[in-house]
Design a protein around this ligand. Structure first.
Ligand code: FES
Length: 177
């Protein structure tokens, strides 16, 4: 089989992200953290109680890693300070639900939810504390709202899936807000 070009690979990643933004799911996360496959595909419930600031939680949804991160007030404030070095600071060319097209790219400012796959070729970036995320494959960088920096080959922000809060401390991933 022919190898996909990097442009084709990026299209595949964004297409996978588009289906994530549109909703649908295949797993249920119980409060214990155990992921139970769901035969019919249903939204993924994620408890937020006990999630401290700065701690990245990764859950699996539709075979993809989904990040949940609680950001501090100072981290949120810092998002305004580097927009001149971002590729798409207003997320005009990136995938997210309409309600998440804002500076913090989330429904609630402090809770960040994103598909944890680099939009270049799909590697998993690592959290660099308050400095955002770094992809180890080709050094693309993202801020704490998943907005990509101009340095590095990725050109789109991290994909934000459809989600909503169905309780004060519970997220439902895979359904519209
Ligand atoms: Fe190439 Fe992330 S996969 S920079």
């Amino acid at each position: 089989m022919e190898k996909a070009t990097s442009k084709q690979r990026r299209r595949i990643i964004l297409a996978a992200g588009a289906s994530a933004v549109a909703g649908g799911a295949a797993m249920v996360l119980r409060p214990s953290g155990v992921i139970i496959p769901h035969p019919h595909g249903s939204p993924l419930s994620v408890e937020l109680a006990g999630l401290p600031e700065g701690k990245l939680r990764t859950v699996e949804w539709q075979g993809k890693p989904v990040w949940v991160l609680r950001r501090s007030a100072s981290e949120l404030a810092s998002l305004a300070l580097h927009e001149d070095v971002l590729t798409d600071p207003d997320s005009l060319q990136s995938l997210q639900p309409p309600a998440c097209r804002n500076r913090h790219r989330s429904l609630r400012p402090e809770i960040f939810v994103a598909i944890g796959l680099c939009t270049h070729q799909g590697c998993t970036p690592a959290l660099l504390g308050g400095d955002g995320f770094l992809c180890p494959c080709h050094t693309s960088r993202y801020d704490l709202a998943g907005r990509v920096f101009k340095v590095g080959p990725a050109t789109a922000n991290l994909v934000i899936p459809a989600y909503r809060f169905d309780a004060e401390n519970r997220l439902l991933i895979g359904v519209d807000a």
